[in-house]
Design a protein around this ligand. Structure first.
Ligand SMILES: Cc1cc2nc3c(=O)[nH]c(=O)nc-3n(C[C@H](O)[C@H](O)[C@H](O)COP(=O)(O)O)c2cc1C
Length: 259
């Protein structure tokens, strides 16, 4: 079974490719599950769990870590946990954070892989979506990448096949805590004067954390900062502090957005 969380569809795209190759069902982690992970109780019948999520500041999204720590996952046969994460560029030591939770749970770890997909991070100066040709090339390449990763998972020849990038320790151990402290609260979310109060951000929030109040979105605290609200806004009205002004939007082709 593929446990999938996706903000803007990249990881969902990858999970679907893995499903095509391996036949494993995709379990999309829905808002109710993300908010109350202790209530998750899944019986896995095919002998493996593949965790699929986007890397957020060189670590797993904090809600995914929470699900991993608290969910009840049972199986009648020995179970192996694999990781396939997506990133714009590199994952730092995100896999080690994942692995430490797997070990704490007493689970068996299998293959660990990352795949580059179009970048969706726009909330800091210098970070923007990829130019279209770069995004298209990444999506084009990921089909073969998933075939290779699926073959590795099937073969049992498990290893670590990730793009770590430079200074992984600094990124995951130093920058990630700063990101959690200062750049992952919902406080900086606001709308500019293009907001028409259509509610698409609220309808699509994977945490159901946005409410429309007096015709404008209001963000609750429970949030993955996955930026789906920003990327799916039809009028480019959602902003995160001063940092997203004038930046691009990206939703993975084929990812269904409620209109
Ligand atoms: C909050 C946030 C943090 C991110 N951090 C990283 C990162 O540390 N390294 C990286 O290469 N990409 C990073 N990205 C880009 C995403 O990991 C990448 O675009 C991913 O494929 C998005 O998947 P999704 O569409 O399933 O959410 C980040 C994106 C967001 C929204």
């Amino acid at each position: 079974m593929i446990f999938c969380f996706s903000g803007t569809g990249n990881t969902r795209y990858v999970a679907d490719k893995l499903h095509d190759e391996l036949g494993d069902d995709v379990l999309r982690l829905p808002p109710g599950m993300m908010k109350r992970p202790e209530l998750i109780n899944v019986n896995v019948t095919d002998g493996r769990v593949i965790w699929a999520f986007p890397v957020h500041c060189w670590a797993p999204p904090h809600t995914v870590s929470k699900v991993m720590r608290r969910a009840t996952i049972t199986s009648d046969t020995p179970l192996t946990h694999h990781l396939v994460c997506t990133c714009g560029d590199d994952i730092g030591y995100a896999d080690r954070v994942w692995l430490s939770i797997v070990k704490k749970r007493g689970w068996t770890a299998g293959h660990i892989a990352s795949a580059q997909m179009p970048n969706t991070y726009t909330s800091l100066p210098g970070f923007d979506i990829d130019p279209k040709e770069v995004a298209d090339a990444k999506i084009e390449a990921v089909g073969d990448r998933m075939k290779a990763i699926a073959a590795d998972i099937e073969s049992g020849m498990w290893g670590v096949d990730v793009v770590r990038g430079s200074y992984p320790w600094l990124k995951t151990r130093m920058l990630y805590p700063l990101f959690r402290a200062f750049l992952s609260s919902t406080g900086p979310f606001h709308t500019n004067d293009q907001c028409q109060g259509c509610g698409r951000c609220a309808r699509n929030c994977p945490m159901t954390s946005i409410q429309i109040v007096n015709g404008k979105p209001v963000w609750a605290k429970d949030c993955n900062v996955c930026m789906r609200c920003y990327h799916c806004c039809p009028t480019r009205a959602v902003e995160y502090g001063p940092f997203t002004k004038g930046k691009g939007q990206f939703i993975c082709p084929g990812f269904s957005i409620k209109q």
